[in-house]
Design a binder for this molecule. Structure first.
Ligand code: ATP
Length: 235
């Protein structure tokens, strides 16, 4: 479904990604683990067209999207939930959800049905629907960011650090929603600092170190890998 080949990204003269290759098959959850600064966020943002690529190709559902603009990539079926959420803090919860559907060509009635579905997944967002998004708690903002991404009816979600800064209860809720999305057929590329959690929920994983993929395998294989255990799983 997604094929990233020889991705090279620079920030001025900092070579942040050095030939990254990643594939994601339809229906999979694939995770990317690595230390701070390894290039995880850069990988997601260059796939979604936010950061320009110096070299390499990105193919999504057979189509070359290497040079496609971010808003067109969203329209093509990829949604990103960025680190730090980036919701519209000055708008209500409901308006944030509505904005998530800006690329969807469908009747208002069907878009309203999508909003109802988001409220079923995240009942707290219904309770808070008229509240300014900036006044939500961190966990609620994460739910809103995911809800907003789902509103674009993505086939692939790029999810950046969904557990960051959240209490265990919220983390559990967010990861339950990730599992439900997978069951519904959404494919997910997940970046997560908490490698234990990421490997427990994903099918396959890549380990990124200073801009390079140094290891890949099924999540079960990586969970049992000695060097992964030592470096990332606190063993
Ligand atoms: P973290 O888990 O800390 O968010 P990460 O694996 O997501 O880390 P990136 O944010 O992708 O890492 O950063 C990769 C490298 O690129 C780092 O060395 C970082 O300092 C650098 N970098 C990221 N964004 C910029 C930028 N806007 N300008 C310059 N350098 C950047």
């Amino acid at each position: 479904m997604l094929e990233v080949t020889n991705l090279n990204v620079y920030y001025d003269n900092i070579h942040a990604l050095k030939g990254v290759n990643i594939t994601v098959d339809e229906g999979e959850i694939v995770c990317l683990i690595g230390a701070n600064g390894a290039g995880k966020t850069t990988t997601l943002q260059s796939i979604s067209g936010i950061i320009p690529k110096r070299e390499g190709t990105v193919i999504f559902e057979g189509k070359d999207i290497t040079k496609t603009k971010a808003n067109v990539i969203t329209k093509n079926g990829i949604a990103q939930v960025p680190e730090g959420r980036r919701i519209f803090t000055g708008l209500s919860v409901l308006d944030n959800l509505k904005l998530g559907a800006f690329t969807v060509r469908d009747s208002q009635e069907n878009i309203n049905k999508d909003i109802e579905k988001i409220y079923e997944r995240f009942p707290i967002l219904l309770e808070r629907k008229d509240q300014l998004a900036g006044t939500l708690s961190g966990g609620e903002q994460q739910m809103l960011a995911m809800g907003r991404a789902i509103m674009s009816r993505p086939r692939l979600i790029l999810l950046d650090e969904p557990s960051m800064g959240l209490s265990p209860l919220f983390v559990e809720k967010i990861f339950d929603v990730i599992k439900t999305l997978k069951k519904e057929g959404v494919t997910i590329l997940l970046v997560e600092q908490n490698a234990n959690l990421a490997l427990s929920i994903s099918d396959r994983a890549y380990v990124l170190e200073t801009g390079k993929i140094v290891k890949e395998g099924t999540s079960i294989e990586l969970m049992e890998d000695k060097s992964v255990k030592e470096a990332y799983l606190g063993a």
